[in-house]
Design a binder for this molecule. Structure first.
Ligand SMILES: Cc1cc2nc3c(=O)[nH]c(=O)nc-3n(C[C@H](O)[C@H](O)[C@H](O)COP(=O)(O)OP(=O)(O)OC[C@H]3O[C@@H](n4cnc5c(N)ncnc54)[C@H](O)[C@@H]3O)c2cc1C
Length: 502
């Protein structure tokens, strides 16, 4: 088997993806003689959005030896217990997708089967009453979860809302301290050899840069992987119809909610992300159904605080690069693909890409077989996230615009159909390998969209309804009591991780 030796790696791009890659690879290759260089261009700049994350990010920076409170202080961050979806199911509807569990599994049977049985028998309350994450979020409370939770009822997780530029700066600091060389130069030309591998980069100052491996973190342009190598792109816009976004920062009014708000509009949705020093806002929309001007007006009409920046516009096509790793180029971040930020997954996909690169480099070389495996896993990861996002659109019952009707009526990928059918028919929460979102997340979306199974696990009927009523009542009280003693989210931030004024 041919091994390609690697002594010099060049990362192209200094956005969130580039600096996260540089930081983690600097740690990974610390005791080797592999040289890492990052080239970016302050003339071009970065996308500069990407402020909501999922809990995996906390594991990522923990590996670099950083702790939650320090990162929060450095990045003007607030806590994120989940996402509140407003007007998605129908206008006026609301639900929260928490990072956490619902109820307690018993006898190997998932909790929601017991809950459904009890609903038939009597008073079971709402599923939300069994989720500590949802209850904390609703009451704007926050506490760091116990590392040893006393029961499943106290299991929840959390992520961060942060200033993306400050986070990139943090990663940059770590990378530079750990030996990464930074070159601020525009790349003017990418040379490709006959076998499609990248042979050299020509910089604006005339320098020629070569490497054994290039990590393309150049953003949407895919400078190496697409513009130079013409790798190709798998277009998923038949399912994910939004193709534009407009974003703006505003003064934050009132308390910082410990969750992202995703509010559906006529042909898309708007995010609200509270940070310590401001609020991030954006409207993701489908240009077939709404003009840029109308989308911008919808966004600004739904922001309470004063605007702090000009509006920024983005265009994209949902999908992924056909091969994330092509010859001697690995694409990470927006260069590898894009899925709208509905579930804050882009940075998480950066993390998983970096993790896979690390797994390849247990020695200073890679093989064709490893490249193939990298590409297969990446494709699956993107497809799983894609399906989860499509689910939100497919289950809508709004019916008030062509956009939402089209989403409701669209055919969906087979992988998603199988999952949806298994849940609708018998309440099964299927988990495929390589999935970022586990069964509790899928349950949150099904139940938020009032999609409940026709049948539940028959074995729960063996349980005495009176006993079940008491057990579930106890669970609801236990969650409510736990929440009662928790401080407010703002209070948590002030006492533990308040950032200095910018
Ligand atoms: C509207 C929107 C909202 C988003 N919201 C979220 C969110 O809430 N959560 C989340 O996880 N993700 C979100 N994302 C995605 C997130 O912003 C990106 O995944 C993340 O910022 C990584 O971007 P990047 O580093 O790949 O690209 P970029 O930030 O675009 O960086 C590209 C880099 O390449 C350099 N470069 C490009 N061309 C050249 C050249 N010729 N020479 C030298 N350097 C060059 C640039 O200078 C820059 O440093 C969002 C994206 C968009 C568009």
């Amino acid at each position: 088997m041919t091994q390609t030796s690697v002594k010099r790696i060049v990362i192209v791009g200094g956005g969130t993806a580039g600096w996260m890659t540089a930081a983690m690879l600097a740690k990974h290759f610390r005791k080797t003689d592999i040289a890492l260089t990052l080239i970016d261009s302050s003339e071009i700049g970065t996308v500069g959005v990407g402020e909501a994350t999922i809990p995996t990010l906390r594991r990522f920076y923990a590996e670099l030896g950083m702790n939650d409170l320090d990162v929060m202080r450095a990045c003007q961050a607030t806590c994120k217990l989940g996402i509140e979806f407003r007007d998605w199911y129908q206008q006026g509807s609301q639900f929260i997708h928490p990072f956490g569990l619902y109820g307690q599994k018993a006898n190997g049977i998932d909790f929601h089967h017991y809950w459904m049985y009890l609903r038939e028998q009597g008073e079971a309350g709402s599923l939300d009453e069994y989720s500590l994450g949802v209850q904390l979020a609703k009451q704007h409370k926050f506490i760091q979860p116990s590392p040893k939770p006393p029961s499943e009822l106290s299991v929840f997780d959390w992520a961060l809302h942060f200033d993306a530029a400050l986070f990139a700066r943090l990663m940059r600091g770590y990378a530079l301290e750990n030996g990464v060389i930074h070159v601020d130069q525009k790349i003017e030309r990418v040379d490709v050899a006959g076998d499609q591998s990248v042979s050299a980069l020509k910089l604006q100052n005339g320098a020629i840069v070569t490497a054994d491996l290039f990590v393309d973190c150049s953003g949407f342009s895919g400078l190496l992987i697409e513009q130079a190598q013409h790798t190709g792109y798998e277009d998923w816009s038949q399912w994910l119809k939004c193709d534009r976004a407009v974003a703006v920062q505003s003064v934050r009014e009132g308390e910082a909610a410990p969750y992202t708000v995703s509010q559906a509009h006529r042909a898309g949705w708007q995010w609200k992300i509270p940070l310590q020093h401001r609020q991030g806002n954006g409207h993701v929309y489908c240009s077939k159904h709404v003009s840029d001007d109308e989308a911008a007006a919808t966004l600004t009409n739904h922001i309470d605080g004063e605007l702090m920046t000009d509006l920024r516009a983005f265009q994209f096509v949902a999908g992924r690069r056909k091969k994330a790793w092509n010859k001697n180029v690995v694409a990470v971040g927006l260069a590898a693909g894009f899925l709208e930020p509905l579930e804050s997954t882009s940075i998480a996909l950066v993390e998983t890409a970096i993790e896979k690169i690390r797994r390849v480099f247990r020695g200073p070389f890679y093989t064709e077989k490893q490249v193939q495996e990298f590409n297969d896993l990446t494709a699956q990861e993107y497809e799983r996230v894609r399906d989860f996002i499509i689910l939100h659109y497919k289950l809508n019952q709004r019916g008030d615009s062509d956009f939402w009707r089209e989403c409701q009526m669209m055919d969906i990928p087979d992988t998603l159909s199988r999952k949806l059918d298994a849940f609708k028919e018998r309440g099964d929460l299927i988990r495929y390998p390589i999935e970022i979102f586990g069964p509790p997340s899928w349950l949150a979306i099904y139940s938020g969209f009032h999609c409940l199974p026709e049948r539940f696990d028959e074995r729960v009927k063996k349980m005495d309804p009176a006993y079940l009523q008491k057990a579930l009542g106890d669970m609801r009280r236990s969650v409510a009591n736990a929440v009662a003693s928790v401080p407010g989210h703002d209070e948590f931030i002030t006492e533990n991780c308040a950032a200095a004024a910018p």
